[in-house]
Design a protein around this ligand. Structure first.
Ligand code: HEM
Ligand SMILES: *[C@@H]1O[C@H](CO)[C@@H](O)[C@H](O)[C@H]1NC(C)=O
Ligand SMILES: *[C@@H]1O[C@H](CO)[C@@H](O)[C@H](O)[C@H]1NC(C)=O
Length: 328
């Protein structure tokens, strides 16, 4: 339905001259006339942050995913709690887990001094994600811009709309479908787990007393299991980190898919893509494992699609002055 509306929009736009707000589309040149330096400022701040800590690139990429999956890419993930709503920061998938807010703040404050009230927090998150991928050796692409910021946020929505790491391939497929994303989008976007790390409590379910007949998840390689058990004990160490890609954790490459083929995926949701029921996801895993350029091409495409989930455009929403708060 959303796709139909967009197609109609393009059809009408080619017949008559349409005002931007009737049919607003994101565009990479959105700030060309109003804040030309946007990408430069994002680049400067992100490269400094990632230079200090490589993992920050992963954290910024994840921030965009968690923003987009909860009521669209609208900067809602950045809002602090208020008297009128409990925001997304304290939701299960985010609490003590999402990182990078201070990097977004640093970009925002520089942009507010250069071009006040122009660049949305949602666009900053999208640009920071792209810059992060590129900085760790991944593909570059022009990020469509023009998102506006929400005036509310919802913890409940974050809890119900962000897929948990214990999901099976069919549950993951439904969660992505609910956002207008395909199985292919899901498999290729999961390739983001080629960088960054996860806390022990997010994958411990696979390591001990798996079910009444298996001591551990049978789709974990034996030596990988031993390594994980030593860094993620049965009863402690909840927040201890393991890299999502144990081989090249700071490189945006296709190693993630090669790991899955060797039963070295970290989360249930990772290994499911190769070992789960049904072969469609596994076929994609194999093609990305053997063709890094196909992974890059499809990743760019799906990132643009994810970045286009229900954006606020035109006169909807606002341009927040401070990403933590709705304008007063
Ligand atoms: C397919 C469903 C997904 C599930 C179930 C999932 C789950 C998780 C979990 C549990 C973590 C570790 C969080 C922690 O331990 O604090 C994580 C980390 C991460 N996720 Fe995902 N994720 C999914 C998809 C995605 C997507 C689509 C992206 C981006 C396009 C993404 C990017 C990342 C990154 C980069 C990290 C590392 C963050 C860091 O090191 O700070 N994930 N994910
Ligand atoms: C906007 O600016 C960028 C960077 O200077 C340039 O590459 C692009 O062609 C410009 N687009 C338009 C529509 O002016
Ligand atoms: C335990 O897990 C294995 C591997 O997923 C599965 O084959 C087996 O049916 C499960 N057993 C029970 C009792 O659930």
């Amino acid at each position: 339905m959303k796709k139909a509306a967009k197609t109609l929009c393009v059809a009408i736009a080619s017949l008559v001259i349409l005002s931007a707000s009737t049919c607003a589309q994101l565009s990479p040149s959105f700030y060309n006339g109003t804040c030309r330096d946007v990408s430069h400022v994002v680049w400067k701040v992100v490269s400094q942050a990632v230079g200090n800590e490589k993992r920050m690139a992963a954290s910024l990429l994840r921030l965009h995913f968690h923003d987009c999956f909860v009521n669209g890419c609208d900067g809602s993930v950045l809002l602090d709690d208020t008297a009128s709503f409990t925001g997304e920061k304290s939701a299960g998938p985010n609490k003590n887990s999402l990182r990078g807010f201070e990097v977004i703040d640093a970009i925002k404050s520089q942009l507010e001094s250069q071009c006040p009230g122009i660049v949305s927090c949602a666009d900053i998150v999208a640009l920071a994600a792209q810059t992060s991928v590129f900085m760790l050796g991944g593909p570059g692409w022009a990020v469509p811009l023009g998102r506006r910021d929400s005036t509310t946020a919802s913890r409940d929505a974050a809890n119900s709309q962000i897929p948990p790491p214990v999901f099976t391939v069919s549950e993951l497929t439904s969660a992505f479908q609910a956002k207008g994303l395909s199985l292919k989008d899901m498999v290729v976007l999961s390739g983001a787990h080629t960088i960054g790390a996860a806390q022990c409590f997010t994958f411990r379910n696979r390591l001990y007393s798996f079910n009444s007949t298996a001591a551990s998840d049978p789709t974990i390689d034996a030596s990988f299991l031993a390594t994980l058990q030593s860094s993620c004990p049965k009863e402690s160490g909840d927040d201890q980190l393991s890299n999502l890609d144990a081989v090249t954790p700071n490189r945006f490459d296709n190693q993630y898919y090669k790991n899955l083929q060797k039963n070295k995926g970290l989360l249930t949701s990772d290994q499911e893509l190769f070992s789960g029921t049904g072969s469609d996801a596994a076929t994609l895993v194999s093609s990305y494992a053997s063709n890094p350029l196909t992974f890059w091409r499809d990743f760019k495409e799906s990132m643009i699609k994810m970045g286009d989930i229900s954006p606020l455009t035109g006169t909807n929403g606002e341009i927040r002055k401070n990403c933590h708060f709705v304008n007063s």
